[in-house]
Design a binder for this molecule. Structure first.
Ligand code: FAD
Ligand code: DHB
Length: 389
């Protein structure tokens, strides 16, 4: 088999890149290790920046998103029993939207299918060969058969545990990492959200986040210990703990119900440099991870897709390699700023096991400064809605 761009990974990065390239007449094959059902069962991100929304529109897959998503013009930050509002609209003229990663992934699968795009599921042992030559090829197994795809380029969109990053030799690759001493326990429940906007809450007992997917689907998270497992937390214990970590005004209004999903995610900051090796380009979680506190994971994946898509279109349409040559530099410049925001927001709102009284006073002063300073709110809002591409 031959294609122009072989895309490893059928998550949001790989599918969006495939759909955008298709609209420019560039042929792709997507290789996904799991089944479509498995990919769609993973509950992950929920907040999209305007840059992501624009890419979905450009890809021609925004109809349902435009109909069903919720626009959020700001967010609530809580500290103990106190709450204040940060307006994105007022400080940046931009909003964010609430639309689940599961939904947008479903829309992208449907669009690729309708366009007759090739997505191969359940593939095993993907190996990227000759990425540093002019004739790369990818080998893999499907239904017990060994297969080969020859291509011009390989896009490594296979997430943090994929093969693409590992293909880049250690003599070329440099990795930067910070692992946080806690995780997030998240639940999804068919209950109305506690508030019309998200609440990011600092509390003595640890961080909590009240989020949502729609008018009758809520997503809540609490900071938990890395040694916890979802089975350690009954629904009842989760709700009790959440109520203790959000202002009483919100806790009194909280509607509880059975969880329909419960999972724990560890928190990590991670960047690999460079994001290109020869004809292999890394995109999304394959190249970088942020702790989820600023809702940047999926949104940074989208900015990579933007730079790579434009670089590849420039290569095929104008015979100009400037865009792909500068891909890594452009993507990383934006990534590091999102890493900084995610790290700073995590530090601002979580309890650390070794925090001293002094550290707590600093955290409290930081939150008070954000509450009182227009300038600080503007900086927060600019980062939250997403820096320009
Ligand atoms: P992925 O979504 O990881 O997709 C990669 C795909 O590649 C997967 O489908 C995988 O099966 C496939 N793959 C892997 N290896 C191979 C291989 N060898 N061969 C073929 N295919 C392969 N972000 C937020 O903003 N908010 C959140 O609340 C949030 N929660 C998260 C919770 C969890 C548990 C995780 C892991 C991430 C979370 N994120 C969140 C981050 C966000 O979901 C990711 O940034 C986003 O999924 C990145 O998309 P991606 O396509 O780059 O990678
Ligand atoms: C969600 C997750 C986040 O990490 C965040 O900052 C906001 C919302 C969510 O899953 O809804």
């Amino acid at each position: 088999m031959r294609t122009q761009v072989c895309i490893i990974g059928g998550g949001p990065s790989g599918l969006l890149l495939s759909q955008l390239l298709h609209r420019r007449g560039i042929d792709t094959v997507v290789l996904e290790r799991r089944t479509r059902e498995h990919v769609l069962s993973r509950i992950r991100a929920g907040i999209l920046e305007v840059g992501f929304v624009n890419l979905m529109r450009e890809a021609g897959v925004a109809d349902r998103m435009d109909r069903e998503s919720f626009v959020h013009e700001g967010t609530v930050i809580a500290y103990g029993d106190e709450m204040f509002h940060v307006s994105f609209q007022e400080h940046t003229g931009t909003d964010v939207i609430v639309y689940g990663q599961t939904e947008l992934t479903r829309d992208l699968y449907d669009a690729r299918e309708a366009a007759g795009g090739t997505i191969l599921f359940d593939v095993d042992n993907v190996v990227i060969n000759g990425a540093d030559t002019d004739a790369p090829f990818v080998t893999f197994e499907q239904d017990g058969r060994q297969e080969r795809i020859d291509c011009d380029f390989v896009a490594g969109c296979d997430g943090f545990h994929g093969v693409s990053r590992q293909t880049i030799p250690l003599t070329v690759r440099r990795e930067y990492e910070k692992v946080y001493p806690f995780g997030w326990l998240g639940i999804l429940s068919e209950t109305p959200p506690v508030h019309e906007e998200l609440i990011y809450s600092w509390s003595e007992r640890g961080f909590a986040l009240c989020s949502m997917r729609n008018a009758n689907l809520s997503r809540y998270y609490i900071q938990c210990s890395l040694s916890d497992s979802p089975e350690d937390w009954s629904d009842e214990n989760f709700w009790e703990e959440l109520k203790r970590r959000i202002p009483s005004e919100a806790a009194e209004k909280l509607v509880t119900g059975p969880s329909i999903e419960k999972s724990i995610a560890p928190l990590r900051s991670f960047v690999t440099e460079p994001m290109r090796w020869g004809r292999l380009f890394l995109c999304g979680d394959a190249a970088h991870i942020v702790p989820p506190t600023g809702a940047k994971g999926l949104n940074t994946a989208a900015s990579d897709v933007h730079y790579l898509y434009h670089g590849l279109a420039q290569f095929y349409e104008e015979k100009d390699s400037e865009g792909i040559d500068r891909y890594s530099e452009r993507a990383l410049a934006r990534i590091w700023k999102a890493e900084r925001f995610s790290w700073a927001t995590t530090n601002l709102l979580h309890r650390y096991p070794d925090q001293s009284d002094f550290d707590l006073k600093m955290q409290r002063a930081d939150i008070a400064f954000l509450r009182d300073s227009e300038a600080a709110q503007k900086v927060f809002a600019q980062n939250y809605v997403g820096l320009p591409y």
